[in-house]
Design a protein around this ligand. Sequence first.
Ligand SMILES: C[S@@+](CC[C@H](N)C(=O)[O-])C[C@H]1O[C@@H](n2cnc3c(N)ncnc32)[C@H](O)[C@@H]1O
Length: 457
Amino acid sequence: MTRRPGEQRAALGAELRIAAGALERLAAGASLPAALEAAMARPGRDASPGAGTHAAGLSPASRAAVRDIASRTVRAWGLCRALSARLNQRPPAPAMLALQHVTLAQLIDPVRPDATTVDQAIEAAKADPDLRHGAGFLNATLRRFLRERDALVAAVREEPAARWNFPEWWIDTVREAYPESWQAILEESNREPPLTLRVNTGLVSIEAWLSRLSQAGGTGVQVGPQAVRLDAALPLERLPGWAEGLVSVQDAGAQLAAPLLDVADGMRVLDACAAPGGKTTHLLELATLDLVALDPDEARLARVGDNLARLGQRASLVVGDALRPAEWHDGQAFERILVDAPCTASGIVRRQPDVRWRRRRRDMATFSDRQAEMLGALWPLLAPGGKLLYSTCSVFPAEGEPVIARFMRSHPDALRLPLVWAFAPGEGREAVSQLVPTSGAGRDHDGFYYAMLGKPD
Ligand SMILES: C[S@@+](CC[C@H](N)C(=O)[O-])C[C@H]1O[C@@H](n2cnc3c(N)ncnc32)[C@H](O)[C@@H]1O
């Protein structure tokens, strides 16, 4: 069979070893995207052209395979760690442990014969001078896993971190906050995320766009006033109207923010934590605004610029710190402010599965303090009669009500305004501040917290 270059694959062993390199970096604190990028930039000898890759590095097919191996391991890392603790008499070096984890994740949820996976893992160890001496250890532990798989998995599943694949402090926090629904929330958080789009309904109706989608061979379902969840992801360039800006990628829960702000043509608006611009571009689809998009991260702010360009929109991009308005604010008040604050990202963990392993319990308090500080710093910039929407993509209570309560105590002039939204036409209007990850008939969104504050005239 002739394969096109993009379909050429390195040996599975090479892919396992590169995925293990990414996992090792993740264990040392890197994010999954950064860890994958670094690991794939140095693919190693096995990924040479002779092994089915381009001279420049891994083929697209192998890159996708490495991403899949690493991401499946991250979603099963609690279980893999618990299994390793039983299989290993003493912990091996981090590189060997990472290779064992990526291989166990493949064996727990097999997509090919176990013997192939184990043989390739051993080959991967033998091919690496740093791992070669441990090939016998890896062979023995993996073969023991295969012999005792059911008993071992059943035994470690008694441990919460292995059962749920979340750190124990995370499980405890969700259980305490949502005593009735904590298991459903953790299960949702472990699901593969859907591709959800925002349709610019000012340009095309949802029905008309869905019909164009079906002509392009795709199907989807409406999960919000402007939100469509695809039944199966498509490359973005194949989405009808992508190039013309008819659709953008955005979760249905995130799509609540811009309409809540109730903008009108000509308003001066601050999007205080703007990158990569999902909510900035949504606001600009709803009205013609004098909008300042602020973010301290220049590279991320450049992505706001790219998104504005694709959609043919304009905004002032400002590199700056929301905690220090004196450094960038020109003194003109804003009628609307969106504070989509940096947070633990505990509500979008289905999209960023690595976040759970990089956060620490103390992060909740650290973010909470910074969020309250940010509200205090931006409040003076809001015009009388103006509205400020505070949002986070978190399900941890510390980043929601207590932040607002603290702010209200120190700002007696602030009004807490009601929130009203509906995901579907005819659905009862909702007034809760906290959304948790949910999927089902006509409903699919990540976890968010929203609170609206108003300044009296
Ligand atoms: C949750 S993301 C924003 C997502 C964005 N609103 C969207 O809808 O696409 C939080 C953003 O806050 C930015 N950020 C972090 N610290 C900040 C600060 N001190 N001032 C302003 N933005 C900050 C981060 O760089 C990040 O881009």
